[in-house]
Design a protein around this ligand. Structure first.
Ligand code: MN
Length: 258
């Protein structure tokens, strides 16, 4: 199996190293990852600037390709320019910090996997629920298990898996659940501060506000010490409203224009 690995924390991060280590015995791994941290850049791509690619070495050994761009740039660059053949799977992570609920939209980690799904390659995004230095070994095992499952069962074109692993020792993890994206949202707080020149500036922070308490949703599952595996897709059409809007009577042919 050929796997393209990327992330949004940067090619030097501990999470991507752990992911590569976990996948090395089941796959031929190619790393194409951002040169600098790109957390919360969403699905941005670079169009107004050139994209430079560097070979990145770790302890004197070639580790992968560092791209001066976003996570989505890395997937495009990896598939179009760096890999000779299309990968069987793209895995993005292991991210430092959870990517549940609305964070799926903001996340560079998930966007990289979504870019692969757009390019019709099955993909997994995987995150651990802590920003602190973390033991990624259990999340690495989960990534390896799911890589094998996706290889066996496949995923529909356009669908990817978003995985969140509680930051706990393996023996404290309660289990694994297939979940839905929860509706939790951020209650944003802009902390006002003053710079050395006396001018105001703002720093975004906030609290995640949970709405539902159904166990089979990503946010609730991780809170209850389960690994959460959510199948998601990028078709944003609201099919119910698509049908309901027939009654709005706004569709006109050219000769009926208001
Ligand atoms: Mn990140």
């Amino acid at each position: 199996m050929k796997i393209l690995v990327t992330n949004d924390d940067g090619i030097y991060s501990a999470g991507i190293a752990a992911l590569v280590e976990a996948l090395n015995d089941i796959a031929q791994v190619t790393v194409v990852a951002p040169q600098e941290e790109q957390s919360a850049v969403g699905h941005g791509i670079t169009m107004k600037y050139p994209l430079r690619v560097f070979k990145y070495r770790k302890n004197g050994t070639f580790f992968g390709y560092a791209v001066e761009g976003t996570p989505a740039d890395c997937v495009k660059m990896g598939m179009r320019n760096i890999m000779k053949e299309s990968p069987d799977l793209v895995i993005s992570g292991i991210n430092h910090g959870s990517n549940t609920a609305i964070n799926i939209i903001y996340s560079g980690t998930v966007s990289a996997a979504r870019e692969a799904a757009i390019m019709d390659v099955p993909a997994i995004a995987i995150s651990v629920t802590s920003h602190e230095t973390t033991d990624f070994r259990y999340a690495g095992k989960v990534a390896k298990m799911l890589a094998q499952k996706v290889n066996e069962h496949g995923l529909p074109n356009g669908t990817l898996l978003n995985v969140n692993v509680p930051n706990l020792p393996e023996n404290e993890i309660v289990g694994i659940l297939v979940t839905k994206q929860s509706k939790a949202k951020w209650d944003d707080i802009y902390e006002k501060r003053i710079d050395p020149y006396g001018k105001d500036y703002y720093w975004l922070t906030g609290k995640m506000v949970e709405i539902e308490n159904e166990l089979h949703t990503d946010q609730v599952a991780i809170k209850n010490k389960f690994v959460s595996v959510t199948p998601i897709h990028f078709d944003l059409t609201d099919y119910e409203t698509f049908k309901a809007m027939k009654s709005w009577d706004i569709e006109k042919k050219a000769d009926e224009k208001a």
